[in-house]
Design a protein around this ligand. Sequence first.
Ligand code: ZN
Length: 149
Amino acid sequence: MELHEIERDAAVVREFLFAGDAQVVLESLKTGTRYAYRVKRPEGTEGCYRRGHWDDRRFVTFLLEGARPLYVGALYRTMGSWTFLNLSTASAYPAASPEVRGFDHLLLLLKFHEVSRKMKIYNVGLCGRCGQSLAEEEYRAGLHSECLP
Ligand SMILES: [Zn+2]
């Protein structure tokens, strides 16, 4: 897998992660284990109201080499800030699993405008918004310059 480290800046990581279709790999510096996720906006929800609220959701799936992705949970944006993972009966991983805890740890520190020192964060060479290939000078942001908000 082609991995490119994202700039260690909370604003850059946040923009990439929530851009709409981000494939992100978290690597534990302690164990060297890599966890691959896709953070995707559901089709047709951009700029729509649902039950009287601005609908901004992301579905998080866990990507396994050579297997179909497994559903992890949903993220919601309320009052401008993102929630932690919301698990449901469809979630393939329990709350205590490293797949859930690692991702929530990243989200927790982002809330404090920090990037976890326990992990490296990579993109897979694809833009976090449109999913198309990135040019080398765009690897640090994980987004095309024209796909930045
Ligand atoms: Zn793009």
